[in-house]
Design a protein around this ligand. Structure first.
Ligand code: NAP
Length: 329
């Protein structure tokens, strides 16, 4: 889990403007459970042996690179103007390889755009099981300041996302990245039918809310939904986030639909160096034959998740620099 560490004032950097807000302390690291996801941050834009034409591929990595450049330019301007540097605190509990990879990717991404990043070093003899006896994910999420909730998981942010007439301070990064892809590619959303497969707190549910806020007619499919294939086949936009390897088949896709595949699954492949390769929740080849646009895995949504985390962190730093605090709820 990541949270903004706000701005660290650098001695001698920038103008000592009288109007500059007072520096905020870096957040103390809190032990939390990192959502295991998005291990594939840096990846090629498309599977090399794919028969899906390049014109249909949504190049998440390329779009994420563009966003990172935009962020780097804004960070440079912020530093020059205020002497403040955005920071991101990344807290990892346990030693899951995919989580470690994700944390490394976050730190690298921070360095590339000019953020400071902070991490925790947990004692080697503390097991995840032992730690989990003392903490609960719910309590940790509740404890994070809403102003620094750059993952967008705080109940207040999710509540505001769900309510008409309210705006969350932060939107969860993966669903935000899915919508950013659609918007940057000018995919019409208003009035379209959308199907979101999966209803998790971190992907499916906020993705459905974001689509609904943009006036799509949204159907959510989950593990108890009968006839998911028929429902999905009516959709103009499909966001697949069920964590089931290649569950969404070609015939689930309406011809011309836009398909965003959030899934990251390891599939056995004796021809691959590691003995497996990463695939999504969508049968890429079959769905790609019918879709008008489709994200590859890897190289689609994964890079966008980190780009959105950087965007949320910059936004948090901007608000802190202007002395803006979330209104009391
Ligand atoms: P999750 O918490 O396990 O939720 C999975 C959701 O899919 C649940 O709502 C579940 O339904 C539903 N589901 C499971 N089996 C289903 C089935 N057979 N038919 C229909 N729905 C089914 O997973 P998550 O955290 O949302 O992640 C989903 C996928 O996205 C995973 O592959 C994960 O690795 C990936 N991910 C990728 C990124 C990225 O940056 N690319 C980020 C986060 C996650 P119930 O609610 O009924 O159980």
């Amino acid at each position: 889990m990541a949270l903004a560490a706000h701005c660290q004032r650098r001695a001698g950097a920038g103008r000592p403007a009288a109007s500059s807000p007072r520096p905020l302390p870096a957040v103390a690291p809190r032990p939390v459970v990192l959502a295991a996801a998005a291990a594939a941050a840096a990846a090629p834009a498309a599977p090399s042996s794919s028969s899906v034409p390049a014109s249909k591929l949504i190049d998440g990595k390329g779009i994420a690179d563009t966003i990172r450049s935009e962020i780097a330019a804004e960070v440079a301007a912020m530093k020059a103007e205020t002497g403040l540097t955005p920071g991101l605190a990344v807290v990892l509990v346990g030693a899951r390889k995919d989580s470690e990879t994700y944390v490394r990717s976050k730190k690298k991404a921070c360095a590339e755009v000019g953020f400071d990043s902070f991490g925790t070093d947990l004692p080697a003899d503390v097991s995840e099981e032992e730690l989990l006896k003392h903490i609960s994910e719910k309590r940790i999420l509740d404890a994070i300041s809403i102003d620094k909730d750059v993952d967008g998981f705080h109940p207040l942010n999710i509540g505001c996302l769900a309510m008409r007439g309210r705006d969350p301070l932060f939107v969860p990064c993966t669903p935000k990245g899915c919508i950013e892809l659609l918007e940057r590619l000018h995919v019409p959303i208003a009035g379209r039918k959308a199907c979101v497969i999966g209803r998790s707190n971190i992907v499916g549910m906020p993705a459905a809310l974001l689509l609904q806020r943009r006036d799509a007619t949204v159907t959510m499919v989950h593990s108890k939904t009968p006839d998911a294939a028929r429902i999905c086949a009516e959709a103009d936009i499909v966001i697949a986030a069920c964590g089931v390897t290649e569950m969404v088949k070609g015939e689930w896709i309406k011809p011309g639909a836009v398909v965003i595949d959030v899934g990251i699954n390891a599939k056995d492949d004796p021809t691959a160096k590691k003995g497996y390769r990463l695939v999504g929740d969508v049968d890429f080849e079959a769905a790609g034959a019918r879709a008008s646009l489709i994200t590859p895995v890897p190289g689609g949504v994964g890079p966008m998740t980190i780009a959105m985390l950087l965007q949320n962190t910059l936004e948090s730093a901007r608000r802190a620099a202007q002395g803006i605090k979330a209104p009391a709820h």
